[in-house]
Write a protein that binds this ligand. Structure first.
Ligand code: GP9
Ligand code: MN
Length: 433
């Protein structure tokens, strides 16, 4: 009902964080190119195995002065995995506690999502490039409700034979074979590339492996292969950046790279320990939680104020951050995240299961760990109060997000100047085939 909507709106309004004037609009008018790095975890960045960097190209981006990177950025997905990450980034609301929002609500719900906002506020064209079939995660329906104008799914590429692995077209081919579509899009555009090759079980044909790269020997084939496909993904992104530079698109764009969720599950983390220089014998839930960090980088060519920011945040924070970089105000929207560059940004990062991480503490099933020691924390009275307030905030935002999405409350809310998306405006078979 309308009053339930009001409750949500009151919460997000009161948690709104105003933009950082130094960052606001620094990418104004640029194309937005989002690169979804499948199953890519932050620990890969700058990691060496057998004296070799696993992801040398992404490492070079990470170090660049043109890149605004975050090293305390966490995924917040639940069972909806990739689709939850997409929902978090496109709408700044959470996925559901059970199942995938895309699959269960995505066909009917009202969205006020990035493609529609960018189109209506700044004339952006929008498209998704993905080498899997359109129906996976119900994307063909959800994207229309989000206002995506084009969806270049598997049907737009030759995915036959060894051109694909389990989830579709290999990443190097996705980037290469989508250029002809990208070049036909009206600028400025907002586009998203969803990679797939670095996905469990991390299989790669020998023809795609780098003979100069040696995987670690951890005792777990899954973990060993993860490094091989992550290395391949790094090379694919490098090839795409070569194109962006050569074509001149790079300097007209902001490129957003992020990891959607873990690739190595908690049960396999002990096999990972040795590679990370840690002892598997005293591995804890705290260690598992710390590994839920994923990369987030905003590459803004031609700028030089980049660096690695230590601010704590999660996927829900990306949309307000991005919109502010583009000089688009967000106060009018219902968003649960806040601008990572804002001085008012909340550093309490909610996981979908109500666990949470803050700069000082990590709360897992109500056990509070000190980030400094990794051990159960002995809290002062003031700290106890703070952690309690943080837990309340986490519960509140998750339950209000659920109420918003489960009751489809956005149908009662029209932000200033917003025209509701009409799914029937889009037909993804009519792309630029
Ligand atoms: C499939 C891909 C994988 O199209 O996006 O989704 P995931 O299994 O990671 O949720
Ligand atoms: Mn995924």
């Amino acid at each position: 009902t309308k009053s339930e909507l009001e409750k949500v709106k009151k919460f997000t309004d009161s948690h709104y964080a105003s933009p950082n004037v130094k960052m606001y609009g620094i990418a104004k008018g640029r194309n937005v190119i989002v690169i979804h790095l499948e199953s890519f975890q932050q620990f890969l960045i700058n990691l060496k195995v057998n004296d070799q960097e696993v992801t040398p190209f992404l490492n070079s981006l990470y170090k660049s002065k043109e890149t605004y990177a975050f090293d305390n950025f966490f995924h917040q997905v639940g069972q909806g995995k990739t689709s939850d990450a997409e929902n978090l980034l496109e709408t700044s609301t959470f996925g559901l506690s059970q199942g995938s929002l895309f699959a269960t609500l995505g066909s009917d719900n009202t969205f006020e999502a990035a493609p529609a906002i960018l189109n209506q506020r700044a004339g952006y064209t929008s498209a998704v490039f993905h080498g899997n079939v359109a129906s996976f995660w119900n994307r063909n329906n959800v994207y229309k409700n989000m206002g995506y104008q084009y969806f270049f799914d598997a049907s737009y590429y030759d995915t036959s034979g060894d051109k694909s692995t389990g989830y579709g077209l290999k990443d190097k081919l996705l980037f290469k074979d989508s250029i002809k579509y990208l070049e036909n899009l009206q600028q400025p555009f907002y586009v998203k590339y969803i990679t797939v090759t670095n996905h469990f079980p991390f299989d790669l044909d020998s023809e795609d492996t780098d003979p100069n790269f040696t995987a670690p020997d951890t005792g777990s084939t899954t973990v060993d292969n993860y490094f091989v496909t992550a290395h391949y993904l790094d090379q694919a992104v490098k090839e795409f950046f070569t194109y962006l530079d050569k074509s001149g698109l790079a300097k007209k764009s902001i490129i957003v790279l992020y990891g959607d969720h873990y690739g190595i599950s908690n049960s396999e983390n002990t096999a990972l320990a040795s590679v990370l220089g840690k002892n598997a014998d005293d591995w804890t839930d705290f260690d598992n939680a710390q590994l839920q960090r994923v990369p987030l980088m905003f590459v803004i060519p031609g700028t030089n104020k980049g660096g690695v920011f230590n601010t704590y945040g999660g996927e829900v924070d990306v949309l307000p951050t991005l919109l502010h970089l583009l000089g688009i105000s967000t106060k009018r929207y219902i968003m649960f995240g806040t601008d990572l560059f804002s001085k008012e940004h909340s550093q309490v990062v909610a996981f979908r299961n109500h666990d949470f991480v803050t700069p000082n503490f990590t709360s897992i099933s109500d056990t509070v760990y000190s980030n400094k020691t990794g051990k159960t924390a002995t809290l002062t009275a003031a700290e106890k109060k703070k952690v309690k307030a943080d837990a309340k905030l986490v519960n509140e935002e998750l339950s209000l997000s659920d109420s918003l999405n489960q009751k489809n409350l956005l149908r009662f809310y029209t932000p200033k100047g917003f025209t509701k998306v009409k799914a029937s405006d889009y037909n993804y078979a009519n792309g630029l085939k």
